[in-house]
Design a protein around this ligand. Structure first.
Ligand code: MEV
Length: 312
């Protein structure tokens, strides 16, 4: 039985500004995954999404993102017919919440097709396939989401530049609080574009300061200076608010985290809903988690950011 998977991701610092060439830092959340299992079928290629109860037939023309993922993968591995397979998709990653569910699903599907057809796809080419599908979901993505998910490594990402990973001096703990509000990254990215186009002189320094925060955060992570990350998260959140991508529920849960003892808090991903992050210790994690749930989070996941063997 072939079964493949791909992880969720969180952006630690730098979302939105990354679209404009600033660096950003993202890490995989390996406990939260999308899974695909493969069964041989007589003649056609189908993808069954167990989460949505939806059956997608892969044909030459079907423009559904799952069908596009399958076609692009087959093209890349030089497979020119549609194989007789049924792919069953089950994802534990909440959709529309900034955890990269779309990119994880595409990655797991591409991996499943390669495994079933006994082909291998270098990570760089798999990343290119998933990026193409990300464009269908998100319009003009920077490429950070697909990259962190395909490589399943902490990444220091600059659009159009060779991929860099970095070391984690000391593990640290984050709570990922879900506001339960579905938000479209496509819309928030487009709104930031409108804001930037309307007043580049005001918005450019915001992007530049976010870039500086990312560089400082990387240095703090590498040297294990975890306490320094808290104020950087708070400032990054305030700048994202200036870019209009925060919201009352996000501000409320971030504030609740700080009042309950978190070292820092910020929204993560596209914003206006989805997830926020709180930097905690083993001791503060339960109190902060309780405060997040009390002030509006529908789910809290605890994740450790730590060194993983590099696959780059
Ligand atoms: C979304 O996870 C991150 C954004 O910066 C968009 C992108 O980089 O494509 C908001």
């Amino acid at each position: 039985m072939i079964k493949t998977s791909a992880s969720a991701k969180i952006i630690l610092f730098g979302e939105h500004a990354v679209v404009y060439g600033q660096p950003a830092i993202a890490v995989p959340v390996s406990d939260l995954r999308a899974y695909v299992s493969v069964e041989r079928a007589r003649n056609d290629l189908k993808i069954f999404s167990l989460n949505k109860g939806e059956l997608v037939k892969v044909t030459r023309k079907n423009a559904h993102p799952l069908a596009v993922t399958a076609r692009l993968t087959l093209e890349k591995i030089g497979y020119h017919t549609l194989p007789g397979l049924t792919l069953k998709l089950k994802s534990d990653i909440p959709m529309g919440s900034g955890l990269g569910s779309g990119a994880a699903v595409s990655t797991a599907i591409a991996r499943a097709l390669c495994a079933a057809l006994n082909k291998s796809l270098p990570l760089e080419e798999l990343n290119a396939v998933v990026y193409e599908v990300e464009k269908l979901h998100h319009g003009t993505p920077s490429g950070i989401d697909n990259t962190v998910i395909v490589y399943e490594q902490p990444v220091y990402f600059v659009r159009g530049k060779p991929l860099e990973t970095f070391s984690i001096g000391k593990p640290f703990t984050l709570l990922v609080g879900d506001t339960g509000i579905h938000s479209s990254t496509k819309i928030t990215v487009a709104d930031v574009r409108i804001l930037y186009d309307s007043d580049p002189a005001r918005i450019t320094p915001i992007f530049e300061r976010i870039g500086e925060i990312v560089r400082q955060a990387r240095a703090a992570i590498e040297t294990g200076n975890i306490e320094a990350l808290g104020p950087l998260m708070n400032e990054n959140h305030a700048l994202l608010r200036d870019l209009t991508v925060s919201s009352v529920p996000l501000d409320t849960v971030c504030q609740a985290a700080l009042e309950a003892g978190a070292l820092g808090a910020k929204l993560s991903g596209g914003g206006r809903g989805g997830n926020m992050l709180a930097l905690v210790t083993e001791e503060t994690a339960p109190t902060v988690s309780e405060a997040l749930l009390k002030r509006g989070a529908v789910r809290v996941i605890q994740t450790a950011v730590q060194f993983t063997e590099s696959r780059l």
